[in-house]
Design a protein around this ligand. Structure first.
Ligand code: PEP
Ligand code: MN
Length: 268
């Protein structure tokens, strides 16, 4: 593999007809952490579409810190997401947590997420890249920008340049937030790669009350998009309820994000 492959890309990623990056509008990817039922996913998806999201997200295979936490509905969740995404005519992104997940995720989703815990799992990166699907690559919780761009190079070396990078925060000594989002990563990636970059304020903070401010900050720093967790009833969520916006909270956050997008000369 040659060095610095990450400069050799078109800079625009096409996710089932929705472009992200370059001069595309700021794209908001939203939905619940985990798909818990058809009803729950449909409610979240309908609301986020109404308030300006252009892509859906949901978890089917959940990478959890504890093995006793909810692990996701698996293929059933993929089927629910596909059905609802088709109904609402929106692309959907979900994570492949392991090699075995890659084929079903590629068959049923429009974009494959590589989670923070797997950023440097090269076998998974290669298998996901080989499907030809666009990939959402999250920065590992202890990974540097170099590490992130190196992981992107593993994908590029498979001939897949449809990569969106995601800043989702790192583990630091700060106890008040789940992770520490490094906003500087957005302009830094911009100077070193043409790959689009988005911010995940949900996993980045772990706190519903901080998500709107971090969303606005991401757009102000030049992010091409945001990844936001939304649940119709966060208090009942089976995963990440503490960082999930209600549908009303999402509507409110989107108004602030839209104002910032306009201020920095972007549409949304
Ligand atoms: C997620 O987006 O659902 C997720 C688990 O994120 P991360 O890999 O960033 O923790
Ligand atoms: Mn989550």
């Amino acid at each position: 593999m040659t060095a610095a492959l990450h400069v050799a890309t078109a800079g625009v990623v096409d996710i089932a007809g929705v472009t992200l990056g370059g001069s595309s509008p700021v794209r908001v990817i939203a939905g619940p952490c985990s798909v818990e039922s058809r009803e729950q996913f449909l409610q979240a998806a309908t609301a986020v579409k109404a308030h300006g999201a252009s892509l859906l997200r949901g978890g089917a295979f959940k990478p959890r810190t504890s093995p006793y936490s909810f692990q996701g509905l698996g293929v059933l969740a993929l089927e629910i997401m596909r059905e609802v995404a088709d109904e609402l005519q929106m692309p959907v992104v979900t994570e492949a947590r392991a090699l075995d997940d890659v084929t079903p995720v590629a068959e049923l989703a429009d974009m494959i997420q590589i989670g923070a815990r797997n950023m440097d799992n090269h076998a998974l990166l290669r298998a996901a890249a080989a499907t030809g699907k666009p990939l959402l690559l999250k920065r590992g919780m202890t990974a540097s920008v170099d590490d992130l761009l190196g992981a992107a190079d593993v994908i590029l070396a498979e001939g897949n340049d449809q990569i969106v990078l995601c800043e989702r925060g790192s583990r630091t000594f700060e106890p008040s937030t789940r992770n520490s989002v490094d906003i500087a990563v957005v302009p830094e990636v911009r100077t070193r790669s043409e790959l689009p970059v988005i911010v995940d304020p949900s996993h980045g903070t772990g706190r519903t009350d901080l998500v709107p401010a971090l969303s606005v900050a991401g757009v102000a720093a030049g992010a091409d998009g945001l990844l936001i967790e939304v649940h119709p009833h966060p208090e009942r969520a089976l995963s990440d309820g503490d960082q999930s916006l209600t549908t009303a909270g999402f509507a409110h956050a989107m108004r602030r994000v839209q104002a910032m997008a306009l201020a920095v000369g972007r549409t949304i």
